[in-house]
Design a protein around this ligand. Structure first.
Ligand SMILES: Nc1ncnc2c1ncn2[C@@H]1O[C@H](COP(=O)(O)OP(=O)(O)OP(=O)(O)O)[C@@H](O)[C@H]1O
Length: 452
């Protein structure tokens, strides 16, 4: 394939990171997978990151300064408001690439790598059991941003990332605006489908347009509708401009809010409040107050629920979606180096010899960790975290009499090890069949998994 001068080739050394495959292209940036170079790899460096490369060469001075400002905002926000619901910024640097004039001097943000975007999940269908949790995660991210005095100002499904453990993380803070009092000013940019009615008529002053937290709440209302109504906006129209006209009609009181019947009553009420037509009416619905309502609604629903394994069902469904969308390829070192002292280190063994080369981490060679060692070892019964030959995982205990597993060499065992997953993972531990390791540390027996 011909190499583009505007793209970094695989293997390129950008700062201290080795560029991998292309992940995505935004309006002003290109995002690549990357890993630390041999020189810098170590326990304090994540084994896999995303590099957001924002070229400035050849741009008109105003465009270039816009990009510099946008990068500056992302760095500033990352530095001041880190939170598990915001994508982590690891470092930033200016790319020195004299051999590639179009990329020389580009600004590079090194971020924690996510598995997929909410847009991709909407396109493949959000599992019913995950919908509320996803919205709650977005709301937690917004509540943190707003409490820290920032407005995201470009909230949309492309900017909601999902970690490999299904965790929700807001990203792309290029338009994020710091509040001075009740509002801030931003460039008149953003994505038409997520702009509230007042933004369509907002006066453009020397500092830009006024933005307030209620802008993000409106976008959240659109996203709630999309999540429950198979990606559809509550405002009908074939193009973003047509849908924008419908938003303005509604904002001026000339049309009612029409939501899809697929949106359940609880979420319909919440979305309707987020989509209150004026800033004043919307302002009383803060991200914090919405979070309280979601928590209260969850408590009511779980009291009514007759299915005791809701948590497990959630994990399985999200696993399926992540597997389907990402091919279930996960980073090295996924099992954590835990805060608790390890009780048994296990080196993963893959009997398939073609999978014993550690360099590629081919998704085809990844091994699954079971959710329940007493149920069939199928894709529906594995967590999103994958392991490869040679990975070291931490086991807490063993189960001598789980479901029998036979490896590629015919070795059979009913023994399973319970291994810890990255902190924040749901579930927090999963099961490695004993045929997938040669180690037999003297571990205590685990409690009966059926009883937990
Ligand atoms: N940390 C990340 N991990 C994995 N994928 C990412 C990450 N950040 C961005 N991406 C992917 O790259 C795409 C482009 O990134 P991003 O939206 O940040 O660029 P942008 O130029 O700011 O976009 P926009 O056009 O919205 O301004 C995203 O839609 C997503 O698919």
């Amino acid at each position: 394939m011909e190499e583009s001068a505007d793209l970094l080739p695989g293997g390129y050394l950008a700062g201290e990171w080795v560029v991998g495959e292309l992940i995505g292209v935004g309006g002003w940036s290109t995002v690549y997978a990357a890993r630390p170079s041999g020189r810098t790899a170590g326990p304090d460096r994540p084994p896999e990151v995303a590099l957001k490369v924002m070229p400035t060469a050849g741009l008109a001075p105003r465009q270039a300064s816009r990009i510099v400002e946008s990068a500056h905002r992302e760095v500033e926000l990352g530095r001041r408001t880190g939170h598990p619901r915001l994508i982590g910024l690891i470092e930033s640097f200016v790319l020195s690439a004299p051999d590639r004039p179009s990329l020389d001097g580009a600004i590079v943000l090194v971020m924690e790598r996510a598995a997929l975007t909410l847009r991709e999940l909407l396109d493949s269908g959000v599992p019913e059991a995950d919908r509320g949790r996803l919205i709650e995660g977005i709301c937690e991210g917004l509540a943190h941003l707003h409490r820290s005095g920032w407005v995201h100002a470009d909230l949309k499904p492309e900017n909601v990332l999902l970690g490999r453990d299904g965790s929700v993380k807001l990203s792309d803070f290029g338009l994020a605006t710091e509040l001075t009092g009740t509002h801030g000013y931003a460039q008149p940019l953003g994505t038409l489908d997520y702009l509230p009615p007042e933004r369509w008529t907002a006066p453009l002053g020397a500092q830009g347009v006024q933005v307030r937290p209620s802008n993000d709440i409106w976008a959240l209302g659109i996203i709630i509708h999309e999540v429950f109504a198979s990606g559809a906006s509550p405002f009908a129209g074939a193009t973003p401009m047509a849908r924008g006209a419908a938003v303005q009609e509604y904002g001026e009181g000339r049309a009612p809010l029409r939501m899809d019947h697929a949106v359940p009553p609880f979420w319909r009420d919440l979305a309707a409040d987020c989509l209150a037509p004026t800033h004043e009416a919307r302002a009383e619905h803060t991200a914090d107050s919405l979070l309280d309502r979601i928590a209260a609604g969850r408590a009511t629903r779980s009291r009514r629920s007759t299915w005791p394994h809701g948590g497990r069902a959630r994990a399985v469904l999200l696993t399926l979606v992540l597997c389907a969308t990402t091919g279930a390829a996960l980073s090295s070192g996924a099992p954590r180096k835990d805060a608790l002292p390890p009780v048994g280190a296990l080196t993963v063994f893959n009997a398939d010899r073609s999978c014993q080369d550690r360099s590629g981490r081919d998704p085809q060679c990844s091994l699954g960790l079971a959710i329940d060692p007493t149920r069939p070892y199928t894709p529906a019964n594995v967590v999103p975290t994958r392991v490869w030959h040679g990975d070291v995982v931490t086991a807490e205990c063993q189960l001598p009499d789980g479901l029998p597993i036979v490896d590629e060499d015919g070795l059979r065992s009913t023994r399973w090890f319970r291994v810890r997953l990255l902190s924040g993972s749901e579930p927090s531990a999963a099961w490695l069949p004993a045929v997938r390791t040669k180690d037999r540390p003297p571990l205590p027996n685990c409690p009966d998994p059926a009883a937990s």
